[in-house]
Design a protein around this ligand. Structure first.
Ligand SMILES: NC(=O)c1ccc[n+]([C@@H]2O[C@H](COP(=O)([O-])OP(=O)(O)OC[C@H]3O[C@@H](n4cnc5c(N)ncnc54)[C@H](O)[C@@H]3O)[C@@H](O)[C@H]2O)c1
Length: 256
């Protein structure tokens, strides 16, 4: 079954850097036109897509704003006429102030994490559903995290938010399935993005990459491209009878 995305339109939130940028490029390589949405400048992502002969637009959009999410969906339809795929990737991860025990976590940061990582996923999905329903077809991929299986210490707010994304995906799949919208969840393992490097530096952990690599049966650390094949698969017709599922992509570090 084909994983060709020619004619498809994909919105990727948090597309300005890191994994969101990698997903945008991979989806474009498979033929999709890309709406790269982020609070930071996504023009580098658009340039990378253009460089491989693809089409993309950058949209400045904060997932915590209902209005900006609706504008994002409108921009996608104005530019490309439809919305087939939403990769709900934006999150407060690299931007977390530090790692700290549950006893020391700031209540303000807890609320911000929930606002972006949980409500943001809901708001972005809510904004694209009317268009996808009209098309009677859509794919929503919610990015959770393998930390929900490990219970990563020092990140209780983040881990809790990603647990909510996992749970929310199940509700979404049941509510949106009748409209032809498939909703799945991906739990990436610890991946060597700039955000991961920044977070580990803040925590004073210099050996995390090696420690995680030693926990994988495949014996190496996870790179951005280890996730892109799964995102393309879940975006394509090849996965059309898969919904409400969680794909754990972590080189076998956990068993989901
Ligand atoms: N890197 C990892 O090890 C890892 C592992 C598991 C899950 N994840 C998840 O993958 C995703 C990407 O991770 P990354 O490593 O590229 O981290 P990152 O911090 O670089 O990416 C997050 C992106 O979201 C954007 N963003 C933040 N707040 C936003 C908002 N309010 N509205 C719109 N965009 C906003 C950021 O600007 C950034 O581009 C995140 O959801 C993260 O939780 C990452």
């Amino acid at each position: 079954m084909s994983q060709d995305l020619t004619g498809r339109v994909a919105i990727v939130t948090g597309a300005g850097r890191g994994l969101g940028q990698a997903y945008s490029l991979a989806l474009a390589k498979a033929g999709a036109r890309i709406v790269a949405a982020d609070v930071i400048d996504s023009s580098e992502t658009v340039e990378q897509v253009s460089a491989i002969g693809g089409e993309a637009i950058a949209v400045s959009a904060d997932v915590t704003s209902t209005e900006q999410m609706n504008d994002m969906a409108r921009s996608a339809v104005d530019a490309f006429g439809r919305i087939d795929i939403l990769v709900n990737n934006a999150a407060l991860y690299g931007g977390l102030s530090k790692m700290s025990s549950m006893l020391d976590l700031s209540e303000d940061e807890w609320d911000t994490v929930m606002d972006i990582n949980v409500k943001g996923v809901w708001k972005a999905a809510r904004a694209v559903v009317p268009q996808m329903s009209q098309q009677k077809y859509g794919k929503i991929i919610n990015i959770s995290s393998g930390t929900i299986f490990m219970g990563m210490p020092g990140l209780m707010h983040y881990v809790t938010s990603k647990g909510a994304v996992w749970a929310m995906s199940r509700v979404m799949s049941r509510e949106l399935g009748p409209a032809g919208i498939r909703v799945n969840c991906v739990t990436p393992g610890f991946t060597m993005t700039q955000a991961s490097e920044d977070l580990m530096t803040k925590a004073g952990n210099t050996d995390t990459k090696q420690r995680v690599a030693s926990m994988s049966p495949l014996g190496r650390s996870q790179q951005e491209d280890d996730l892109t094949g799964t995102i393309v698969f879940l975006s394509s017709v090849a996965s059309d009878f898969i919904t409400g599922q969680t794909l754990n992509v972590d080189g076998g570090v956990t068993h989901g």
